[in-house]
Every structure is written in structure tokens, then in C-alpha cells.
Design a protein around this ligand. Structure first.
Ligand code: SF4
Length: 610
């Protein structure tokens, strides 16, 4: 086999057992890598109904056939587990040297199980794998942890680590690398913390086996050149995702005051042009020539990274219109190892609870000091922070008093940076995202606002599935960053060519989309297996606020979602996917996707239509 290393490394922290297993070609061809490998391993090897914080949960670090081979934005890996936030399938991708080194060490996947007796880290240097005492690192932030590990193991290693949030089991703790690369929003960092695993250090020195190495190198060099010469490249390098702030404001989709509105009165203070005036540098993932992290000095003069999502959620959504202060909140979140999006949503939820006197604490919109101290309370699970560390879904259930209507999540995962009062297609994208509310699978909002924006039309469902196949399937399994394609216009047709030079297999895009459908059906089956009789189509609904409270400001004032029409689009989506009216795949859909083995398990828990 070329392109894949063909080996999975298993580390059992309870038994201090380390084994490496070869996998067969069908695993590679049917699931490709990254998310495909992760969900297949979780389906096959995770006991049903396991507590996400039990030692039995599996923590999967998965790469794909393009990972780590110098080519456009291929320095990414998927981190996955059963989520403590949603209790369903959870994953995220992180751009890190760790992905490159995992592959160069001779593995495609690392699976961690069990729980260490004391804080530990895993050190992987090719065939030498050790579990090392990390007692002196426990309690440290992710920046300091990585610095210490580089001192011990050398500057060129790849490191992923957790901060205090992961150690204290904050349900949306993430895994951090290189002071700002973050992944695993549905609490994958907390799963790592539950295993007492502080970090993983990767050092690989081997060559990744390629079918045609000279051809791959030539193609990759050409691909980097094509990207550099695209018309939007210069502007992207100037602003990156920060350009989206102005676009979101003009389009009335910028999350504001806990997704009450889509326009923010101070948006020009926090947009890409405001950022450019303060910009001191850039930061990004390995092997990428479209790096998108913009650096500024925060309110204390320290380096802070900005991108659209953290500016939207820690800025406009909490009423804060100051980039240096947003930068500080983002820097702290990365240091503590907590997701900026969910943290921003939790703080906004608390501000609204305060405004409505549902809680006694007084936390005003836009109050930076209050937001900062709440973030610290969340990470350290103190007072109100302890409740918010559970995520807005659980917090609202506990608080009651109609707070569930403005707890902004889908399936328990907080919503990312796009208000959907006037964007039904994007609302459906959030509703059907396979990890809970996230845009990575189907960011159709840019397309939607250029078309029949307020329409509930079949074309939106088709576009949504097309995007899920590309973004959630192809990119998440190869594993490669989607941004050169969606933002710069780097053509999709490059990927089968790069794939062929890497693996020797000549497959067209339709093959990748078939694999994507297999992965989507398996992720859905995982949710149904874990939720058993509790699964219902209501799990695929966006939050009540967007149906009940219209926008009051901006060009779309008066707009809100229509429940009946949303339901109609959801039914079209199920029909197109071959799922029944509960959102459960039929037997024939599963057979068509080569998932026959799933049927008997699902039949134990739900009635499966033919
Ligand atoms: S475009 Fe941004 S997110 Fe994607 S690989 Fe490059 S730096 Fe990472």
C-alpha cells in the first residue's frame, strides 16, 4: 500500500500496554483516513453506552493519505471520541506538526484507551513509544506545557496538549498545539483529561511511502503556485477569515447579543480592516501557504491570534467591540485549552440570564473584565463557571425559567459564527451537522445569501449535501484543509491527482463522495446507537430562538425561521440521504453504503425501516 502507512498505534494507559497493528486495504479504501478512520474505530471498538469520561472511551488521533506529505494545507489531523458534551460522535481537526510527525513515525492513527494512574504524556519516536510521568506538567497552561516539552525533546517535535480546562473536565475543552491551533470542540480535550493524559509528543523520522514521489513533488509545487496566483490570494493573506466580519455584518448574520441579532453596532471596530491596522504577524498550520491566523498585541501587550469565529463569539456575541480585549480572551482560551466558540456562547448565555434576572450574578453585555473572570471561573469550575462548564444545553436545563429558548446549541454543541434568523439553509446545515452545531461540514451560508436567501427550497438541501460530501467527507478524511478550496478557489480536481500520486489509485471525485456518504451514515448510526430510544428528529432542529424571536435590527429586521417549512426541508434532506422520517437510515441505505454490519446492532435499539 502506498500513501497510507497501514499501521495503527494503540496505547492503553491503564495497562501501560503499547501495540501497533496493521490494518488491511479495505479499511483504507472504504474509509480513507481522518474522520473515516475515527468513526469506524469508534463504531467497532467502543462499548455501547459508555460514559465519555470512563477509561473505556477511546481517544483517536487520525490522519489520512495526504497528511504530512508536503502539499497544500495537509498538516491536519482529526481528533475524535465519544463526546462528553453531546454524548454522540465528536470530532475536530487540528493543524499541527504532530500530524506530520505521527505519519513520519510510521503510523496513520493513534488510539488511546484506559486511564493513567498519574498525570502522564505519551512520547512517540518512530517505533519507540513510552508513557512518561507528567506530574510536573499537570496544572500548566498549554503554551507552557509545549515549551517545556520542546526543551526536553527538541524544538522540531510535534506536540498536542491540554490545559486546565481539559484537566478539570470542562465539557468543551479542546486539544491545543503550537499556541493557537485548536481542535476537538465537543470536549475531546476533556476526554484526554479524563485519561490523565496531559500531552502527546510526536517525533517521526521515516519517509511516508508514496506511489510516485517525483510526480507528487511536482504536482504539489504546481498546486502551491496555482494557489499563490489566484486573484483572492493577496487579500486572504492580509485578512484571512477576518474578512468575514464585514461580510457577516453586511449580510446580517454576525452573531450579536447571544444570537438575538445579526448586526453589531461596533462591527467596524472588530473587522478585518481594523485588524489590519493592528496586525503584527501571521500564524498557521504546517505545510500551508494560505495561513490564516492573524496576530495582534492584546490589551496586555501579549501576542494574540484572531480569526472570524473567535471574534464573532467572544466579540459581537457578548457585545464586546474591542479587538485587543477579544484577543486577550482568545489567548486565554487557547492557553487554558477551552473552545473559544462554546466559551463565547456560554458567556453570552450568562449575560442574557443576568439581564433577565434568571441568575443573581450581574454580568453586563460587553463587560470585558466580567467576561474574563467568567472564562477563568469556567476553566476552574468555580461558582457559575462550574455550571457553564457543562455547556449551555445542560446549564439551561438546570436554570429553567425559559432559558432553554435562548440556549444556542444543536445536539448540545454550541453554535458557531452565523446567525440564521434569515438563513434557513444554514440553519439546516447546523441542524444536520454530524457533531452538533458546527459549520465545518456545510458552510453554505455564503452561497445561500447570493441565491434565494429566504427561500425554503429543494436546491438548498442538494447544496447542503454536496458541501457535506466535500467538506465533511473528502477534506476530513484525506485529511487536508478545506480553506484553499472554499476561500481561494483552488479547484477540487487537484485532490484526486494528488491522491493518485500518493497512493497509485486512480479514483474520481465520485469515489470520494461515496466514501463521504458511508462516513455520514456511520456517524448517524453512532448517534442512534448511543441515544437508543431517545433519538428523534427533534435532535436535528436548531434552537427555538431563531423560530420565535424575529431580528429587530438591520436589513432583515422582522425575519425569523418558519418551523413548518424548516420541517419540510428536513424531510427532503432525510429523503435525499435515504433516511426515514425519524432521521434513521433504512436498511437499503446502509447496504448501499457497504454498512451491512451496522444493521444488526441498530436493530437492537430502534426499528429499522427496510
Ligand atoms: S488555511 Fe488556515 S486553517 Fe487551513 S491549514 Fe492553512 S492556516 Fe490552517
Amino acid at each position: 500500500m502506498f500513501g497510507w502507512n497501514g499501521r495503527i498505534l494503540y496505547v492503553d494507559l491503564s495497562k501501560s500496554k503499547i501495540v501497533s497493528r496493521e490494518y488491511d486495504e479495505s479499511f483504507a479504501f472504504d474509509y480513507l483516513g481522518g474522520r473515516g478512520f475515527a468513526v469506524k474505530i469508534l463504531w467497532d471498538e467502543l462499548p455501547v453506552g459508555v460514559d465519555p469520561f470512563s477509561p473505556e472511551n477511546l481517544l483517536v488521533f487520525a490522519t489520512g493519505p495526504l497528511t504530512g506529505i508536503p502539499g497544500p494545507s495537509t498538516g491536519k489531523m482529526v481528533v475524535a471520541a465519544k463526546s462528553p458534551l453531546t454524548y454522540g460522535y465528536g470530532d475536530g481537526n487540528v493543524g499541527t506538526l504532530a500530524a506530520v510527525h505521527l505519519r513520519k513515525a510510521g503510523y496513520d492513527v493513534l488510539v488511546v484507551k484506559g486511564k493513567a494512574e498519574k498525570p502522564s504524556y505519551i512520547y512517540i519516536e518512530d517505533d519507540n513509544v513510552e508513557i512518561v510521568d507528567a506530574s510536573d506538567l499537570w496544572g500548566l497552561d498549554t503554551f507552557t506545557t509545549e515549551k517545556r516539552l520542546r526543551k526536553v525533546h527538541g524544538a522540531s517535535i510535534g506536540v498536542v496538549s491540554i490545559g486546565p480546562a481539559g484537566e478539570k473536565l470542562v465539557k468543551y475543552a479542546t486539544i491545543i498545539s503550537q499556541e493557537g491551533r485548536s481542535g476537538g470542540r465537543p470536549g475531546i480535550g476533556a476526554v484526554m483529561g479524563s485519561k490523565k493524559l496531559k500531552a502527546v509528543v510526536f517525533k517521526g523520522t521515516k519517509d511516508i511511502p508514496l506511489a510516485d514521489s517525483p510526480k507528487y513533488r511536482k504536482l504539489a509545487a504546481e498546486a502551491y503556485r496555482v494557489i499563490r496566483e489566484k486573484p483572492g490570494y493577496g487579500f486572504w493573506r492580509r485578512q484571512g477569515t477576518m474578512a468575514a466580519v464585514q461580510w457577516a455584518q453586511e449580510s446580517s448574520v454576525l452573531p450579536t447579543y447571544n444570537f438575538r441579532e445579526g448586526v453589531f453596532e461596533y462591527s467596524s471596530n472588530i473587522d478585518g480592516y481594523a485588524m489590519e491596522k493592528k496586525k503584527i504577524g501571521q500564524r498557521g498550520c504546517p505545510l500551508c501557504n494560505t495561513i490564516c491566523g492573524n496576530l495582534i498585541k492584546d490589551v496586555d501587550g501579549e501576542e494574540a491570534e484572531l480569526d472570524y469565529e473567535n471574534v464573532a463569539l467572544l466579540g459581537s456575541n457578548i457585545g464586546l467591540g474591542d479587538l485587543e480585549k477579544i484577543g486577550k480572551l482568545n489567548r486565554l482560551a487557547d492557553m487554558y485549552g477551552v473552545d473559544t466558540i462554546s466559551a463565547g456562547s456560554a458567556i453570552a448565555f450568562a449575560m442574557e440570564c443576568s439581564e433577565k434576572k434568571i441568575i443573581e450574578d450581574r454580568i453586563e453585555w460587553g463587560d470585558f473584565e466580567a467576561a474574563k473572570s467568567l472564562l477563568e471561573d469556567i476553566v476552574n469550575r468555580r461558582g457559575l463557571g462550574d455550571l457553564l462548564a457543562e455547556g449551555v444545553k445542560r446549564a439551561s436545563k438546570k436554570l429553567g425559567k425559559e432559558s432553554e429558548s435562548f440556549a444556542m446549541h444543536v445536539k448540545g454543541l454550541e453554535i458557531t459564527g452565523y446567525d440564521c434568523h434569515a438563513a434557513p439553509g444554514m440553519a439546516l446545515a447546523y441542524g444536520t451537522s454530524p457533531i452538533g452545531a458546527h459549520h465545518k461540514d456545510a458552510w453554505i451560508i455564503s452561497w445561500e445569501i447570493k441565491t434565494e436567501r429566504l427561500g425554503y427550497i429543494r436546491g438548498k438541501v442538494d447544496k447542503l449535501i454536496e458541501f457535506q460530501r466535500i467538506r465533511g467527507g473528502l477534506f476530513e478524511s484525506l485529511t487536508s484543509c478545506r480553506l484553499p478550496w472554499i476561500e481561494i478557489g483552488f479547484e477540487l480536481e487537484w485532490y484526486p491527482k494528488l491522491f493518485k500520486a500518493a497512493t497509485g489509485l486512480s479514483l474520481d471525485l465520485n469515489y470520494f463522495f461515496e466514501v463521504a456518504d458511508r462516513i455520514y451514515n456511520l456517524m448517524r448510526a453512532f448517534w442512534i446507537r448511543e441515544y437508543k430510544g431517545e433519538w428523534s428528529r427533534l435532535m436535528d432542529y436548531p434552537p427555538q430562538r431563531w423560530f420565535q424571536e424575529p431580528l429587530t435590527k438591520g436589513p432583515y429586521a422582522g425575519s425569523k425561521l418558519d418551523l413548518e417549512k424548516y420541517d419540510m426541508m428536513l424531510s427532503w434532506y432525510y429523503e435525499a440521504r435515504g433516511w426515514d422520517d425519524r432521521g434513521i437510515p433504512t436498511k437499503s441505505t446502509l447496504k448501499k453504503a457497504k454498512l451491512d454490519y451496522v444493521i444488526s446492532t441498530l436493530e437492537k435499539y430502534v426499528r429499522l425501516p427496510a
